[in-house]
Design a protein around this ligand. Sequence first.
Ligand code: URP
Ligand code: ZN
Ligand code: ZN
Length: 467
Amino acid sequence: MRTLIKNGTIVTADSQFVGDILIDGEKIKAIGVNAEPDVDKVFDATGKYVLPGGIDQHVHFSFVYKGSKVRGFETSNAAALGGTTTVIEFVNQVKDKGLVESLEDYKKSDAEGISMVDYGFHVVMTDPRPEVIDEIPKLAEAGYPTMKLFMAYKGQFFHADDDAILSAMLKGKEAGVTIMVHAENADMIDVLTKKLIAEGKVGPYYHAVSRPPVVEAEATRRAIYLAELADAPLYVVHVTCKEALQEIKDAYAKGQRIFGETCTHYLTLDESDLAKPGYEGAKYVCSPALRTQEHRDALWEAVDRKWLNAVSSDHCGFDYAEQKHMGYGEGKSFADIPNGAPSLQHRLTVLWTYGVETGKISPSRLVDLYATMPAKTNGLTSKGQLAPGFDADIVIYDPEYRGVISAETSAEGVDYSAFEGFEQKGRPETVFLRGEVIVDNAEYVGHKGQGKFIAGEPFGAAYKPED
Ligand code: URP
Ligand code: ZN
Ligand code: ZN
């Protein structure tokens, strides 16, 4: 099957031009003007943008908070509708199981035959026994070149101490496994949380008070020092504040390979959402917490100037009616609210509407942040770029569409949207997954199980000396 996408404005991480893309089977065959006339199907993209399919490197389809679990891969059509053709999910190492075994078991039970987009996994190390640390090189061999440790969440089985992080970095660098951290000081949060609850300050807004920017900055700096000691690269997930950003910039300027991402909600929402009347603020309880306008401004500058190199969703599909209400009522507090917000479907449209349309970032910068760099960081060497030989994961984006984001029209399977009522400019009109149309006229037309596991190569971008 040969398909031609004609006359679109093709956007790559470093250029933008009007041209054609020829797809042959699963791959991009050629890019240019009038690439080849002999094809089975033609898509006219005149007046539209043609982007690589997005790579969302921070998705939770199996996160459990205090016994409550998010929506899983059965909702991955939401990613497709949002122009994301590959997701990388965080999967916990299961107690008494190895890292690779935990991922392989999960892959079979929860992803294979279900996922509607391509996928990979980051393992979350929960049990850092010496034999588990020694297993890290096997992760790389099995196509999982990244691993995350949670510095936050004191008392939860997935919390990691400095010993675990340093040991993981020392072993990881031998095999090209990139260590990622959720950087928040768990003890600071614990002390502040107990104090606030004792004072009767239990509503959703106090979630932010319990974890101010210094909590994130301290852990970010500590993780950077650990990486310096290990002489290893580090990837800091969901950076939210100026102070943590400064730590990353300083370390990078010193020559350390410290990379960071932020997420759609930190660019567009803030503390005032947590302070919404009644219990509404629970919808916005995520960690680190939403910040203030000055931090949002700093994050937009950082993504534009390459101080941060990805924008992910940190998608967490907890319902409001049941799950977010775990923190409501007698004896309950913000600390009982499951952390995280749904955002799988709206990463591209939010970035386009509030980044590109406002002039904060260029279309090329968007492409780099939402597809190209996440692919490079995670060793997805066939993904994230519009170039011959790459997978034909392609989005035809209609910039003229106007709409409003709402849970009612979202496929995330969650009863609310963090971006409810947000104006939306443009939308993914057609989405190709390895050459097959999975979104047509903004409707999902693919099928369950169409996505496949994509093995990552070790020594991703965080190991490379430039870029
Ligand atoms: O609040 C969040 N981000 N929930 C998901 C788990 C995590 O910390 O990334
Ligand atoms: Zn996190
Ligand atoms: Zn997360």
